[in-house]
Design a protein around this ligand. Structure first.
Ligand SMILES: Cc1cc2nc3c(=O)[nH]c(=O)nc-3n(C[C@H](O)[C@H](O)[C@H](O)COP(=O)(O)OP(=O)(O)OC[C@H]3O[C@@H](n4cnc5c(N)ncnc54)[C@H](O)[C@@H]3O)c2cc1C
Length: 389
């Protein structure tokens, strides 16, 4: 590894953004457009932007309904959804019926509580039409509501990111992994990177090319990788939990093809259109999380995922869903998306999704960012607005 005192090969930057997911792309564009920075570099370990959690997720543009246990998260979703829809109209799919169903047994919320909660957060709902309600087994489902919740197309967001970063003149280094960050002087950080696809996939392999980037500001937008950058950064102060998750992709028959379903609030399931593949996603509270651990520096979540040999649980998901929604029996299972999901440990019980935004006293100019859902980007940018950069 190069010494911090060595002459900079990778150049000097106004800001280096580590992680080319939705958050890294938005922050890089913000730094140029809103804060007037000129030399911004994005470093992404994968060969494409937005190819990890920002693609492998359930694509729900949250509108509050999902969070009866966290008023703040529900409320922030209500505030952020209209902004997201205004900023990325082409990425938002609205031409489907979204339903929330309340299970008769094992639900943490009753129909009456759910209705009251939606009223409190100002989210509209009405009893679903008979044609939709009749898709559910009345023995297990107490009520079905028609709500306003949409899906986003991750491939449209990825195309936006590529084009927007090019328009902003941001240098994007793909297949490049940040390995360490060090403090070089009072106002300078050095980010160590390794490039080359093989080097990235087999750390320590001889093919990796090392480089150093000198910068005033660095943003750690690596989601599952937040704690894996070494050097003078000891990790974030907030406890993180990592989960290997499975999302099943389904080709659905009519009329299921035109709806999205979330059964509240307990060991149930959620099915959403997945516009990037023109399929539906299916997640199940019991079967989607495969493996969990408390995040620590040195345990690479991406390595754990690629070493993971657990097979799909789609058949279990489908069998359970068929009890609530018999028509799912005619669905074709296509494949599963496996991804690491990162959540704040403090929110495990209430399922809230606040942002993590940490500066670092030992590394002035180094920020770590994690958004629990796509629309939280606005909360992150509001935090950044408060900083003199
Ligand atoms: C199973 C699942 C379901 C979800 N469902 C929803 C949903 O329905 N709605 C919603 O709003 N949100 C959902 N989310 C959350 C949402 O996906 C995330 O909030 C969002 O994608 C985070 O964006 P990001 O840019 O921080 O992460 P990512 O897209 O993962 O970007 C981080 C990037 O950093 C790169 N990276 C990591 N380490 C390094 C390194 N050392 N050097 C260089 N690059 C590095 C990674 O390759 C990655 O591309 C879900 C997440 C999961 C996992």
């Amino acid at each position: 590894m190069s010494d911090a005192a060595a002459p900079p090969r990778g150049g000097t930057w106004d800001a280096v953004v580590v992680g080319g997911g939705f958050y890294g792309a938005c922050i890089a564009a913000y730094l140029v457009r809103q804060r007037g920075l000129e030399r911004v570099c994005v470093v992404e370990r994968e060969p494409r932007l937005l190819s990890r959690a920002s693609f492998n997720n359930q694509a729900r543009v949250h509108n509050g309904y999902h969070y009866p246990r966290s008023f703040t998260t529900a409320f922030r979703s209500r505030v952020n959804l209209p902004r997201f829809v205004a900023d990325w109209p082409d990425a938002v799919k609205r031409d489907f019926t979204k339903t929330y169903a309340i299970a008769r047994r094992n639900s943490k919320v009753t129909s009456r509580q759910f209705v009251r909660f939606c009223r409190e957060i100002g989210a509209s709902l009405r009893p679903a039409d008979e044609a939709v309600a009749s898709l559910f087994a009345p023995r297990l489902v107490e009520s079905v509501f028609d709500v306003q919740e949409w899906a986003f197309d991750a491939s449209v967001l990825a195309a936006w990111a590529r084009e927007e970063l090019a328009r902003c003149g941001v240098e994007v280094r793909l297949s490049t992994r940040a390995t360490a960050v060090r403090r070089a002087s009072e106002h300078e950080l050095v980010v160590h990177v390794e490039s080359g696809e093989e080097g990235v996939r087999t750390p320590g392999g001889a093919t990796a090319a090392e480089d150093i980037l000198v910068t005033r500001l660095a943003f750690n937008c690596t989601y599952a990788g937040l704690n894996q950058i070494a050097g003078d950064f000891g990790g974030v102060r907030t406890g993180l939990k990592q989960e290997i998750t499975e999302i099943a992709l389904l080709d659905l028959p009519h009329p299921l093809r035109d709806i999205g379903v979330t059964v509240m609030d307990g060991p149930f399931y959620s099915m959403m259109p997945f516009p990037a593949r023109q399929l539906h996603t299916l997640t199940h509270v019991r079967y989607t999380p495969h493996l969990q651990w408390v995040d620590r520096p040195g345990i690479d979540p991406y390595g754990r995922l690629s070493d993971y040999e657990g097979g799909t649980r789609a058949a279990w998901m489908l069998r359970d869903v068929a009890r609530y929604m018999p028509g799912i029996a005619d669905a074709s299972y296509v494949e599963s998306l496996f991804e690491v999901k990162t959540v704040l440990m403090k929110n495990e019980a209430n399922d809230a999704r606040p942002i993590l935004f940490e500066s670092n006293a030992d590394l002035p100019g180094f920020f770590s960012v994690l958004g629990g859902k796509i629309d939280n980007i606005y909360d992150v940018l509001e935090e950044l607005d408060a900083y003199a950069l």
